[in-house]
Design a protein around this ligand. Structure first.
Ligand code: ZN
Length: 461
């Protein structure tokens, strides 16, 4: 196992970052904080937008009012949030909750830029000159916020991806017209330069900063990495590492990312989404030294192996807890019926690797809770040990109408087991030197398909 030293905390290489979206909703997002002990010291990614009441949104929590006047440490803040939620009764009555200290986690701050960009666009009456005038102030406040709360790592501010593809945004004509009039590459490069100037002027800045790389094609990605390296030369200062932006979803990507791969022998799913993160990791790794690379939003289970073996050192994904959120009220009444149903169920992560390092039975991926066989072996993670067996999880899940906390608890047992599976894969991957070597030991359809993708990406290199 390899580690990077991050402010005297050990960050595993590779690392899966659990996304804490407290402040971006209630329900499961609250309980994920309450039951943090289940994922131990798994590092955390937090979205600035949700924990900063400068930008109003419907779930704004008053604990975040003037938060930098009240706290100097993000771990202390999350310890207090957890205490607050537990004292509000957002915990299952039959579970005895141990002490937990968030200060042992590595915290990474991401901007949640798209929501902030929308806010600034509106504030500047959709006028690009006004927008460019006030943008740097918002960026500086973001970096200052990370410094005041002593976040360990901060992602360089950026515009936050492809605007034309965002759900629901197409209805907002003014915003869409504004965004499409903007030269994204140019603005992102200006933000990069602004950031490196900020670092130059703030030599005692506490958080470690990742430069965010963008590019519509693999060639553009390489070009942008070289641009960042040239900025470092120009200003005589270095970023701590690199964050890979804009590559999390294959749907939004240019065809050039997939040119060397014939998906017919393996199928598109889930392999297509793993290609760009792997290729981007490979491109950036080939141009930089041994600094960290974080693949933003690319920590889905199928992506982990190829991210790592192509050069990424960490990644994040909200999917484990998002899949839990698929469960609706009606599903809690039919959870003991294994017949496939059209109701939305919380989804359980099947397959993967047990805590003792043995491969788990079943196809890797999420399935509806009612379809999970009661005899499914538990993986040995903390959540699985507390649950005891799948039937117990279903019983807790079914109690929604009489004890909603029992239902929330079952959902965390499901979601945090999935988080620990992602973490376990990171741990096992790091003990191998090549994808080949890993796949000889861990042989299932997913890993074999990934081996094929890996060979296609690395053909001729
Ligand atoms: Zn488990």
């Amino acid at each position: 196992m390899n580690y990077i030293n991050v402010h005297r905390k050990k960050l595993m290489v590779p690392s899966f970052f659990q996304v804490y979206n407290f402040g971006g909703g209630n329900g499961d997002k609250d309980r994920e904080i309450v039951y943090s002990e289940f994922t131990e010291d798994t590092p955390a990614l937090i979205n600035y937008y949700y924990i900063n009441n400068e930008y109003p949104h419907i779930f704004s929590n008053k604990i975040f009012d003037n938060v930098t006047d009240k706290y100097t440490n993000v771990g202390d803040l999350y310890n207090d949030i957890r205490k607050m939620l537990i004292s509000k009764g957002e915990i299952y009555g039959k579970y005895s909750s141990p002490d937990y200290d968030f200060n042992k986690k590595v915290f990474l701050l991401d901007s949640g830029a798209f929501s902030i960009i929308k806010f600034i666009a509106k504030e500047s009456d959709y006028n690009i000159d006004k927008f460019m005038d006030i943008l740097p102030l918002h960026i500086d406040r973001y970096y200052e916020f990370a410094n005041q709360l002593h976040f360990d790592i901060v992602i360089g501010f950026d515009l936050g991806g492809k605007y034309t593809e965002k759900d629901g945004e197409k209805d907002d004509d003014k915003l869409m017209a504004f965004l499409s009039s903007m030269d994204e590459d140019l603005v992102n490069n200006q933000i990069l330069e602004h950031t490196i100037r900020y670092l130059k002027n703030n030599p005692s800045y506490y958080p470690l900063v990742l430069a965010t790389v963008h590019g519509r094609t693999p060639q553009k990605y390489a070009e942008n990495t070289r641009y960042i390296l040239s900025l470092e030369q120009k200003y005589g200062t270095k970023f701590w590492g690199f964050a890979l932006g804009g590559i999390a979803s294959a749907k939004q990507l240019d065809d050039s990312w997939f040119m060397n791969i014939d998906f017919r022998p393996i199928g598109n799913k889930p392999f297509k989404d793993t290609v760009a993160p792997a290729l981007a990791s490979k491109i950036v790794r080939s141009l930089i030294d041994d600094r960290p690379i974080h693949a933003l939003g690319c920590g889905g289970y199928p992506s982990i192996l190829l991210n790592y073996f192509n050069g990424a050192t960490s990644f994040d994904a909200a999917s484990p807890v998002r899949r839990v959120g698929d469960g609706n009220e009606a599903s809690t009444k039919i959870v003991f019926n294994p017949t496939p149903s059209r109701e939305g169920f919380s989804k359980y992560f099947m397959g993967g690797i047990n805590s003792d390092g043995t491969i788990r039975e079943g196809k890797c991926g999420y399935i509806k809770l009612n379809e999970v066989p009661d005899k499914t072996e538990m993986c040995g993670c903390k959540a699985c040990n507390v649950a005891g067996n799948i039937h117990n999880i279903k019983v807790l899940y079914s109690l929604k109408s009489i004890d909603s906390e029992a239902n929330y608890f079952s959902r965390q047992l499901i979601g945090l087991h999935a988080v620990m599976q992602h973490r376990k894969l990171c741990e096992i991957a790091s003990n191998h030197h090549t994808v080949d070597e890993f796949c000889k030991k861990y042989n299932n359809d997913l890993f074999q398909g990934l081996l094929y993708v890996h060979k296609s990406i690395n053909k001729g290199s």
